[in-house]
Design a protein around this ligand. Sequence first.
Ligand SMILES: N[C@@H](CCC(=O)N[C@@H](CS)C(=O)NCC(=O)O)C(=O)O
Length: 210
Amino acid sequence: MLKIYHSPGTRGFRVIWACEELGVPYEIEPVDFSAENRARPEWRAMNSTGKVPVMKDGEMKMFESCAMMQYVLDRYGDGKLQPLKNDSVYAHYLQWCWFAEATFARPLGEIVNHRREFNPELDDVVAEMKSRATSALKAIDVAVADRPYLLGDTMSAADLSICYTMRGYCRMVTADLPSYAQGLFDRVTAIPSYERTVAADAKTAVRLGK
Ligand SMILES: N[C@@H](CCC(=O)N[C@@H](CS)C(=O)NCC(=O)O)C(=O)O
């Protein structure tokens, strides 16, 4: 069975959500997110960057949350949550999957990293990162102005991935999303697998005594 090494509130959420939506069996191995734990040689052997999440499937072990999602879809998804490779929207499927992490999540992650290292935080740095995240969000808002989901009428893993990053945006920048982006967020988080993922994430925190 898939084993997802996850710390509450972090990017493993994406992978858990994909499994929940697809009905793919998985188990969560809670990971203490403290810097001390992630610096341990045992954790570095799991992920040499010291980050979370990590996923195992039998002997296979990997990191990078979006790559994990894609692995789950390709291996166990039965064609669900992604267009066929010869579909005209496939290129945009890739674009939004990568955008979710490489462009939209990046400045948000830098705010977290910055706050961990600088106390007091440098306001200009945080403001710049918030502004980068906001311009990424605007691109999403424009993209869904004339459609319910990023690819059109059909929800895909790109929507799940982007909406996971939007959770971070609401927490770190502002909960006031532009209207079309808000519509996307509301539609995608209304699916029952979202609540199950939120519950699995909360249960992970309880298991860690948080
Ligand atoms: N691109 C990676 C980013 C992984 C990442 O930055 N994870 C965060 C938690 S969501 C982390 O472990 N941060 C600790 C650190 O960077 O020191 C992914 O999508 O898995």
